[in-house]
Design a protein around this ligand. Structure first.
Ligand SMILES: Cc1ncc(COP(=O)(O)O)c(C=O)c1O
Length: 296
């Protein structure tokens, strides 16, 4: 994603719109461009648990000015698992001649990704998350028509490959992780992304539906399938997410991720295909007990 964010052809005064829920290191890349080059980052406030995608599209639409040159948004938010209306946001951008960079770190391997249907200019994803690839692997898609004008982060062969995707590669010594990517993709294909999505939806509903009615428990994610898939967020009133995550790890050997950078105090709960309903029964019981009795 840094290749896309530092490579976007922008000049001083140009505006990039992103959200208050976007990933801090992506926002930091654009903040650096603000300081170094005088671009302007416009951060829109978005609802943590939107009832409809219209609210997210409207937040971007309101921020557009004649200087807006790019949108940065996530396919799936890290902290809450909110799925963004990628196709609608790209259509809106296109209508105004705005470029779109999608942070798909949690998209690929989690949800179907068809960059042509989405209509984005840049889509980057980690492969070590939902695709179960080797640590440190990922990919960047750049729309063919955008390659020429995009600056590469690694400048090695940029003039030789002016409008080819190889322009963005670091062509020195290659890390051995690359050879472990193909078996991971074979596994993903063997499972099938639609079958995987159905399993992830089932697991998410399995725990969310049980915890949703428990006193003091807050589900910070819209569980409808168009809004979330295998990531959802939960918190307990009066119990900081950090403390809850430590307790679940130390007392129950359950790993979750405490969230706060997006203003959501809770836990990112991620259920990969290999998580079993019996594992989730333990999780639900542990959270229910803390909601009732606190952490002793
Ligand atoms: C939305 C989002 N973007 C970017 C990243 C960074 O990805 P990586 O850890 O592969 O560098 C993450 C990691 O959790 C993420 O959730």
């Amino acid at each position: 994603m840094n290749t896309a964010l530092f490579g976007l052809p922008l000049k001083p005064g140009d505006e990039v719109v992103t959200t208050d829920q976007d990933y801090p290191s992506m926002v930091a890349a654009l903040r650096q461009r603000e300081q170094r080059e005088g671009i302007k980052l416009v951060v829109v406030k978005t609802p943590v648990v939107p009832k409809s995608h219209d609210e997210l599209v409207a937040a971007f639409e309101r921020a557009i000015t004649p200087k807006t040159k790019a949108f940065l948004f996530c396919h799936v938010l890290c902290d809450t698992g909110q799925i963004y209306p990628t196709e609608r946001l790209c259509a809106l951008a296109k209508k105004h001649g705005i470029m779109t960079a999608i942070d798909g770190a949690h998209g690929f391997g989690h949800l179907p990704v068809d960059v042509n249907a989405i209509g984005c200019d840049y889509y980057g994803s980690s492969l070590h998350k939902w695709a179960s690839g080797p640590m440190g692997s990922g990919f960047l898609y750049v729309r063919k028509g955008r390659i020429k004008e995009t600056w590469p982060l690694f400048a090695n062969a940029w003039d030789e490959y002016a409008d080819r995707i190889e322009k963005f590669e670091a062509t020195g010594t290659r890390p051995p992780v690359a050879s472990a990517i193909l078996p991971a993709l074979d596994l993903l294909e063997a499972i099938g992304v639609e079958r995987k999505r159905a399993r992830l939806q089932y697991l998410k509903r399995y725990w969310v539906d049980q915890l949703a009615g428990v006193p003091k428990v807050r589900v910070n994610t819209n569980p409808a399938p168009e809004h979330s898939c295998g990531v959802a967020n939960v918190g307990i009133d009066g119990v900081p997410g950090e403390k809850l995550a430590d307790h679940l790890r130390d007392a129950h050997r359950i790993l979750t991720y405490p969230t706060h950078s997006s203003g959501v105090d809770g836990l990112q709960v991620t259920t990969q295909v290999y998580v079993r309903p019996a594992d989730l029964d333990m999780f639900v019981a542990a959270v229910t007990l803390v909601a009732k009795e606190g952490i002793k």
